[in-house]
Structures are given as structure tokens and as C-alpha cells.
Design a binder for this molecule. Structure first.
Ligand code: NDP
Length: 403
């Protein structure tokens, strides 16, 4: 295992990670990006993105990610296409271990060797994704003064027959993103009974004629106010005790096979969206001391997303700041309740915590920041993730200067 030391490691390769890398590089923090074995994040699964500012004609998700990566590379960001597997605190530094699989696939940019992407595109961008294999690269232990976690989240899907083939071709995970593409279309299915399902159904109902929400139980989990809203919508039907069991179509989704009350039938469909929850990529952080909420989202000091996730910190912890910059967790323990607070040592720690509270993107461990969909349980948009990435880099820069 090779070892190296950096001022800042950024873990991830979606909009949050690349934006953080671009900002950090311009602040001369010389960041290293651990981009993962499959670089690019959720946008690699989408086709055209029309809601990312700056692209009047929209941009393919893969090309947007390629452009961000290229921008970071041009600014001198070092990139390793390996997965982070463990994070720990060693004194005043952090250690990140990455996996060194043999023959892993890395995705790089080779402008001189342009190839079409696997998506249908009328014109090729100035660069295109190419795939290369770097066999046998070893795992690494990387130490750093600061870390930005931007590992993202993935939409949960049902892995239905036909799903892999039709993903991005009528089957998707973000109806809010893709809704305008369904203008004038006839029928779109949404799977799920939570707030997301309703939000997605409401959005797409502005464009398509008939929206059918498949709810597996007798009732919806969504909040009452959202349920009231969907009842008022003219073109949304809710089918309870209903589950999609197969997605049919060759090049695009054409039909959905549904089991409704034990009766199986096929229905014509222009689109189908999963809204059955997201899974943040944070399992690898287990044992690191970085606090996550009950759903696995990283808890930060930010109030941008509303109140702190339930169970993350008590209100008094919230006001007083946290002590975990010493590598120990104080979840649920009010600072004012500790005897140690009276000692000079903790007085100075407290001063430090007050400083830490100036960094909304800081996690429960001082010096570790988090951005993007691994934090964001609410908005989950590329532009929001990019904004979070910028915030994390700026917080990190100011925090490093304050040390
Ligand atoms: P939820 O976990 O709240 O809901 C997931 C839904 O998917 C449930 O109805 C669940 O069914 C269903 N589901 C899960 N697995 C399956 C399966 N295998 N087959 C069929 N259905 C399945 O996730 P959401 O993404 O909706 O919401 C996440 C959080 O974000 C919530 O706290 C929500 O309130 C919040 N949110 C808030 C919004 C707002 O305020 N505007 C908008 C969107 C989300 P079952 O109930 O049977 O388990």
C-alpha cells in the first residue's frame, strides 16, 4: 500500500466533489480527489440535463460531468479513480484508505481520441468519455489536514426485469428533472407512496395527460398536506396495492406490467419513475466518528436544509457546538452538563467549537466537511450539489487558515 500526504482530500466525483475541487485548487489547497472506480455520480445515469444553468440547449449528464472533471484537471487537481474504504482520525490529521482493485475501470478524458458516448447524441462534445483499464493499481493510504466528503447518494430502484435496458429511456429516478420531456405524452407511472412520489407526480402532471402512482400498500406514507394536494389533481390516479413487476420495450419504455390486487396486466406507458427513496453512499464511514442520521445522511452544521436531522444533536449541542474535533462523539450530551467544561482545557476547546460553528458544511468532526447528496436529503439537484461543493471548499479553506 502506497502512502501520501495532502492538505485536502475530496472524496467523490459528482457536481459537489468537482466544484469543491475547482474552488480548492484555485485557493491553492492542492486537493487530491478520490473519484471512485466509477467516476461521475448520478448524472452518469441521466440523458439530457436541461435545468443546469449555462447550457441553453441542455447538456448530456455524462458530458457535464466530463466538463467538470476536465476543469478540475486543468486547474491541477490530482485525481485517483479508487474508492475510499475507510476514514480515521490520526492525531490532528485524517487518514483515508482507498481500495486498489485489480483491473478496475477508470474513466478519463482523451480529447485526441474522441469516441461517441453510449447515449444517442446528434453532435459530439469537444471531448468524450473514454474508458481505460489500469490493471493492478494498489490501494493507498492518504493522510490530509482536511477532508471534504462528497460521495453522493443513489436512488433506490426495484431492479425490475427490463430496468437496466430502459434506464434513461423512459425509466428514470427524477421526474422533477425530466418532467418537461413528457410534454404531450399520455401515461407516466410513478412508483412510491412518500412525499417524493407525490412531488414527482405533481410535477409531471403539468406535462403528461395521465399519471398513475403505484402504491404497494393500502395507504400512502406521504404527509397529509401532500396527500391532500394530490387528491385535488385532476390527472393523477393512485393505485393502491399495486406493484410494477416488469418493464417492457425495446429501445424505449412501452409498457409496464403491474400486479394490482393480485391481477396482473400490461399497461401502455411513456415513462416510469422510481420514488422509493435514496441511499446516501456513507456506509463506508462506519466507525469513523462522522455522524450520520438514521437514513445515513451525513449531519452537518448547516441550517440550509432546515432543522438538524432528528437524533443527530440535542438543541443544546446545537447551540454550543460539538466536541468531536477531538475524535470523540458527544451525541446527545449537552456541553453545559459536562464537569470538564469548567477546566481551562475545555474552555479553549469551546472557543474552538465556536469557531467551528462558523462552518456550516463541517461535519461532527472538525476538519471534515461534507457536501452534496450525501448530506442533502431534500433538494437532490445537481446545481444544489455544486453549490454545496463550493460552500464546503470555502469553509474548508477558511478553517485551514484558522488552524
Ligand atoms: P420515503 O421513505 O418517505 O417513502 C418511500 C416510499 O417508497 C414509501 O411509500 C414506501 O412504501 C415506498 N417503497 C419503498 N420500497 C418500496 C418497494 N420495494 N416497492 C414499492 N414501494 C416501495 O421516501 P421519500 O423519498 O418519499 O422521502 C424521503 C424524505 O424526504 C421524507 O422524509 C420526506 O418527507 C422528505 N421529502 C419532503 C418533501 C417536501 O417536503 N416537499 C419532498 C420529498 C421528500 P411503504 O410506505 O409501503 O414503505
Amino acid at each position: 500500500m502506497t502512502k501520501s500526504h495532502h492538505k485536502l482530500i475530496i472524496i467523490g466525483s459528482g457536481p459537489a466533489a468537482w466544484t469543491a475541487a475547482i474552488y480548492a485548487a484555485r485557493a491553492e489547497l492542492k486537493p487530491l480527489v478520490l473519484a471512485g472506480e466509477q467516476s461521475g455520480g448520478q448524472l452518469m445515469l441521466t440523458t439530457k440535463v436541461e435545468n443546469y444553468p449555462g447550457f441553453a440547449d441542455g447538456v448530456m449528464g455524462q458530458d457535464l460531468m466530463a466538463a467538470m472533471r476536465q476543469q478540475a484537471e486543468k486547474l491541477g487537481v490530482e485525481i485517483i479513480d479508487q474508492n475510499a474504504t475507510a476514514l480515521s482520525v490520526i492525531g490532528s490529521q485524517f487518514s483515508v484508505v482507498s481500495s486498489g482493485s485489480t483491473g478496475f475501470q477508470s474513466i478519463g478524458l482523451e480529447p485526441a481520441n474522441r469516441q461517441p458516448t453510449n447515449r444517442k447524441q446528434k453532435t459530439l462534445p469537444d471531448f468524450a468519455w473514454t474508458k481505460s483499464r489500469r490493471a493492478g493499481e494498489n490501494g493507498k493510504q492518504i493522510t490530509a489536514k482536511a477532508v471534504i466528503l462528497a460521495t453522493g447518494a443513489s436512488a433506490i430502484t426495484l431492479k425490475l426485469p427490463g430496468e437496466d435496458r430502459l434506464m434513461g429511456r423512459g425509466v428514470g429516478t427524477c421526474a422533477v428533472c425530466d418532467a418537461p420531456f413528457y410534454k404531450g405524452k399520455d401515461t407516466v407511472f410513478i412508483i412510491g407512496g412518500g412525499d417524493s412520489a407525490i412531488e414527482e407526480a405533481m410535477e409531471i402532471s403539468k406535462f403528461a395527460s395521465n399519471i398513475i402512482v403505484l402504491v404497494r400498500k393500502d395507504s400512502m406514507r406521504a404527509s397529509p398536506i401532500m396527500q391532500k394536494r394530490i387528491e385535488l389533481a385532476q390527472n393523477i390516479k393512485i393505485w393502491y396495492r399495486s406493484e410494477a413487476i416488469e418493464l417492457l420495450g425495446d429501445k424505449r419504455l412501452e409498457k409496464v406490467k403491474v400486479n394490482k390486487d393480485g391481477i396482473i396486466a400490461e399497461f401502455s406507458a411513456d415513462g416510469l419513475f422510481y420514488a422509493i427513496g435514496h441511499k446516501p453512499a456513507t456506509e463506508w464511514l462506519k466507525g469513523s466518528g462522522v455522524e450520520v442520521d438514521k437514513n445515513g445522511y451525513i449531519s452537518t452544521q448547516s441550517s440550509v436544509l432546515g432543522s438538524p436531522p432528528a437524533g443527530a444533536w440535542s438543541a443544546s449541542d446545537w447551540r454550543a457546538g460539538r466536541l468531536s474535533d477531538l475524535g470523540r462523539s458527544v451525541v446527545g450530551q449537552s456541553v453545559t452538563e459536562t464537569d470538564e467544561l469548567k477546566t481551562g482545557k475545555l474552555e479553549s476547546e469551546n472557543r474552538k467549537q465556536r469557531t467551528d460553528n462558523l462552518f456550516p458544511t463541517m461535519t461532527s468532526i472538525s476538519g471534515i466537511f461534507a457536501a452534496g447528496d450525501c448530506v442533502d436529503f431534500r433538494y437532490r439537484q445537481a446545481i444544489v450539489a455544486a453549490g454545496f461543493g463550493a460552500m464546503a471548499a470555502l469553509d474548508c479553506q477558511r478553517w485551514l487558515e484558522s488552524q
